[in-house]
Design a protein around this ligand. Structure first.
Ligand code: SF4
Length: 100
């Protein structure tokens, strides 16, 4: 399934920031409090991008990513036509959502 820029992935999945992204403080995260120890931040989910009430990404507006050029690495890694095993369940979820 090729990307049709539907933004469904940005509505379904939580985005984990990597250490550099988290420490940069350039993204809005779920927690307003900063956790200095990155391992702990990951454990408690402090490095997850903030979400709207409907669980979509805070940076998704009218189906478009407001920070597309600066989106986190997790967003860059994912493609709907990826053959990587780790993404197959996510791709299935997107397909299900699109065909409802
Ligand atoms: S940062 Fe952009 S690409 Fe990543 S989930 Fe949010 S809206 Fe989607």
């Amino acid at each position: 399934m090729t990307c049709n820029r539907c933004g469904t992935c940005c509505k379904l999945f939580m985005i984990n920031l990597n250490e550099e992204e988290y420490r940069s403080k350039r993204y809005k995260t779920q927690f307003t409090e900063f956790v200095d120890d990155f391992e702990e931040a990951e454990l408690v989910g402090a490095n997850i991008l903030a979400q709207n009430e409907d669980k979509s990404c805070i940076y998704l507006k009218e189906g478009k990513c407001l920070i597309h050029d600066k989106r986190p690495q997790s967003c860059r890694n994912f493609f709907c036509d990826s053959k990587e095993e780790r993404f197959q369940e996510m791709i299935s979820m997107i397909k299900q959502k699109l065909h409802k």
